[in-house]
Design a protein around this ligand. Sequence first.
Ligand code: FAD
Ligand code: MLT
Ligand code: ZN
Length: 480
Amino acid sequence: MTNAVDGQAALAAIKEAVGDNGWLADAANMAPYVNEWLKILEGTCQMVVRPGTTEQVAQVVRICHDAGIPITPQGGNTGMVGGAVPNGGIVLSTQRLNSIRELDADNATLTVEAGCLLADVQAAAADAGFLFPLTLASEGSCRIGGNIATNAGGNNTVRYGNTREQVLGLEVVLPDGRVWDGLRGLRKDNTGYDLKQLFIGAEGTLGVITAAVLSLVPAPRDRITAMAATESWDDLLKLFRIMRRRLSGSLVAFEVFTDLGIKITVDHIDDANDPFTDGHRLYALMEATCYDNEAAVREAVETGLGEAFEDGIVTDAVLAESGQQAANLWNVREGLPEAQSMESMVIKHDVSVPISRIPEYVAKGGALVEETIPGARLLPFGHMGDGNLHFNMLQPDDMERDVFLAFKGDINRKLHDLAIAMGGTFSAEHGIGLNKVGDLAHYRSEVELDLMARIKQAFDPANIMNPGKVIDIGSRVSAF
Ligand code: FAD
Ligand code: MLT
Ligand code: ZN
């Protein structure tokens, strides 16, 4: 803020712009907006602002721009990298921007406001016979603007790609308060720079997304869901290859987790049950969709599993016989991110490497964890079909929280170095936020960093939009 008096006047003007329902300023009510769900970062802010319309968002941003007040855009606050945690200024929550504006069945598009819950977007698509394919375990709490701002990945990317692939148009309030109406639902539109792509994955550093036109696909007629057990990462990879060859475009998900993953999920999550009678080392949950011939897709899954049994790759498997059984299998996978935080403190990673190198990454990364944090319980899981693992680790029982967390910088660097050396990345789907600003500066080239800083500078020269997240232009300003 420029000075305290101007700041107070600006906050009063914001309150007037959004009305009584549109702001919160006492500490207890603001707590869920300033602290992250992982219980590590604790932010601060002067006010949480909850505009109800795009015009109100524009008014609020204009006031902040003129007074130099930092804005932290926020959806469901389920992010993994601290991007929505404020450091002063205001939190701009999209919670009240939650209307489904239009479903256009002829063009298979859905226009929604940024604060719609992902689950509500999925339901609106399903009600009209479509599928909105983005699926995350946080879908009941994250909001579509947050998904777009993080370019979220999730469990269906093997077939449908990341959020970016589902977005046709955006409406954005720019850091100076102007509204960019890019709500076009076209599949083809080569008219200069594709501006929407800049806001997708920008994590709120270039503007506030207020609405989006999403691309829908026809709802599949059926899904075939199976879980298989293997005893090695090499076998998981072989299983993936078999399934990809047999199912091709029908394969939508190939998620993996370990014996520790299944154990803590069953321990902590009420409706998660281990479908196997015997314990195994590793598990793959796979799903295929059918658009016409269900029998053929089921047969392909069965034949693939049969081949894997014959080759000694798979030691046990279950094929869901009903929607309920499929949901039960998914409960084991979807309960895992929450279960890990209920079990203990977690140090999280989000690496990706070429799929063929996943077993090598697990072996080398596991050794690094063992030598760096003796007793840490390794918990790799995630989206193996995309080459993306959450190479997480749990606090040892006999280690204090702060002692464990003190290893974070060291182990992050080692595991990120390993991913980069193997042709991978240190952030596959969660983004950069606050936690990985140093990693971005360390691993990305001067040219890339210069271009990113110039983009940020061009959109937000006053640096009020989520400052300090993704790229710290304060420290790169000499580049201009
Ligand atoms: P927030 O956390 O509120 O914000 C995230 C970032 O986006 C911040 O930088 C914020 O400033 C910015 N932002 C939010 N809304 C806007 C807006 N309207 N305009 C501009 N910027 C905005 N992520 C995955 O990718 N894959 C997974 O499989 C996955 N699984 C998860 C499972 C669980 C149980 C949980 C808790 C989280 C998971 N996540 C996953 C992380 C998280 O849910 C996603 O990153 C999600 O997209 C964040 O949405 P949100 O609305 O909560 O955003
Ligand atoms: C998931 O895939 O469930 C989340 O992205 C993982 C996490 O909790 O790290
Ligand atoms: Zn994930």
